[in-house]
Write a protein that binds this ligand. Structure first.
Ligand SMILES: [Zn+2]
Length: 420
């Protein structure tokens, strides 16, 4: 059978499949109702804004207020071919039935009105997450409220974002996501005077996550530093706790200590650890700090913890795939890659399927809005079926095997891993 015909059959099958979605940051629906009023306010929480900043837009424009086509037009057309743009465009065309094509002055108002109308409707999350995307469950990384319970259990189960505890040397400080440990402690009704209090609170964060049906923990420290961690004694970390103006080296040692505390809790609570690797959703950083190879020794030292490499580690996806191939405790999450670049996903998936045992592959939408999550699903379906169809047409794979692989990647593998 020709590749195109196989892909059509696979796409039809994919549309009927339920999806176990391993990764989202979707904002609470009442917040979407309040804040998503047009295309600009949707862009504010979507990846395409990062390409507009990369194209020269001042980042502060996104903070300042409600703008529109006039402010977007010097930069948006420059991004009209990127993965971020095309993914969202695909979602909006599918959800709102607008004519295909780039966003322009002439369709800006029409789209904005459709977005506002949809987000005001009480059933919008149900429509997109259930009826359109067919997500059976989505794991929510609510980095704005680690250990918090402000999520809709009809759609989400949490992962515990541990990063705020890595900055626990200063419990009053705001972390990069606006979290403050002292404020969290008072909300949870626990003391936070000493280093022991901090570690007890870290226990509580895990316990709260498990009690709320949470399925894993998540580390995204690649947003702050490299991923090489070395053992540090408890005494040394305790001495850094509460210190005024700790040195960069002291901060690093404290964070190293907290990484091992995280691993101890993943063991105790029997939770897999999702780890951000590869490029960031940000316009500044040292790229080399995100390479998953830095974690190799940890994977060897903790064979009983299931580590999930996020985003394939792109552009270090090959290193990530080989770690997942060699090491039984390393899993490989394809989330975000089809959004970053469908072409990269096409090439990488081809090789990943040669390398990594099928039961270790999974996928998540990684959106902040339901629109973006749905766009990521459309992008994933398209590239996955394209790669699988190519393998079927080349005689490398039977059609039933391709179907089985797709079902594993979109739901069964993650369901087995997280729901045991
Ligand atoms: Zn994410």
């Amino acid at each position: 059978m020709k590749r195109e015909a196989v892909q059509t059959l696979l796409l039809d099958a994919a549309k009927g499949m339920s999806v176990f979605n391993t990764h989202e940051h979707i904002i609470p629906q009442r917040e979407a109702q309040r804040t998503i009023r047009d295309l600009w306010s949707l862009f504010r929480i979507c990846y395409v804004r990062l390409d507009m900043i990369s194209a020269g837009m001042s980042p502060s424009l996104w903070e300042e207020g409600d703008y529109g086509w006039e402010e977007a037009s010097p930069y948006l057309p420059a991004a009209a071919h990127t993965g971020y743009y095309r993914m969202l465009q695909g979602a909006l065309e599918d959800l709102f039935g607008i004519a295909p094509g780039p966003w322009t002055k002439s369709n800006w108002e029409e789209l904005s009105a459709a977005i506002a109308r949809a987000n005001a409707a009480p059933d919008w999350y149900e429509v997109v997450l259930k009826e359109k995307a067919n997500y059976e469950l989505s794991i929510l990384d609510q980095y704005w409220s680690p250990g918090g319970d402000d999520f809709d259990p009809r759609y989400f189960r949490p992962t515990l974002r541990v990063d705020v505890f890595f900055n626990g040397y200063d419990v009053q400080a705001l972390d990069r996501n606006g979290n403050c440990l002292a404020a969290m402690a008072s909300e949870w009704g626990v003391p936070l005077e000493s280093f022991d209090d901090l570690l007890a609170m870290f226990d509580l964060a895990f316990q709260r996550t498990v009690d709320q049906g949470g399925l894993c923990a998540k580390l995204a420290m690649a947003y702050e530093r490299d991923l090489t961690f070395n053992p540090v004694s408890r005494k040394r970390a305790a001495a850094i706790f509460g210190k005024v103006n700790p040195s960069p080296q002291e901060i690093r040692e404290f964070q190293d200590f907290m990484l091992y505390e995280t691993l101890a809790r993943c063991q105790r609570f029997r939770l897999p650890l999702q780890i951000h690797t590869g490029m960031l959703a940000r316009n500044q950083h040292s790229l080399a700090h995100t390479n998953p190879v830095q974690l190799n020794q940890l994977f060897l030292d903790y064979p009983d913890i299931k580590f999930i490499l996020f985003h394939t580690g792109y552009p270090y996806w090959r290193e990530g795939a080989i770690l997942a191939k060699m090491l039984p405790n390393v899993y490989y999450d394809l989330c975000w890659l089809p959004v970053i670049s469908p072409a990269a996903a096409d090439r990488a998936f081809d090789e990943i399927l040669d390398l990594v045992p099928a039961n270790k592959l999974m996928w998540g939408g990684d959106g902040h809005s339901v629109e973006e999550s749905y766009g990521a699903l459309l992008a994933m379906r398209k590239v996955l079926t394209k790669v699988l169809a190519r393998k079927v047409a080349a005689g490398e794979l039977s059609f039933p095997s391709a179907l089985e692989l797709m079902q594993g990647i979109l739901s069964l593998n993650a369901r087995r891993l997280f729901l045991k």
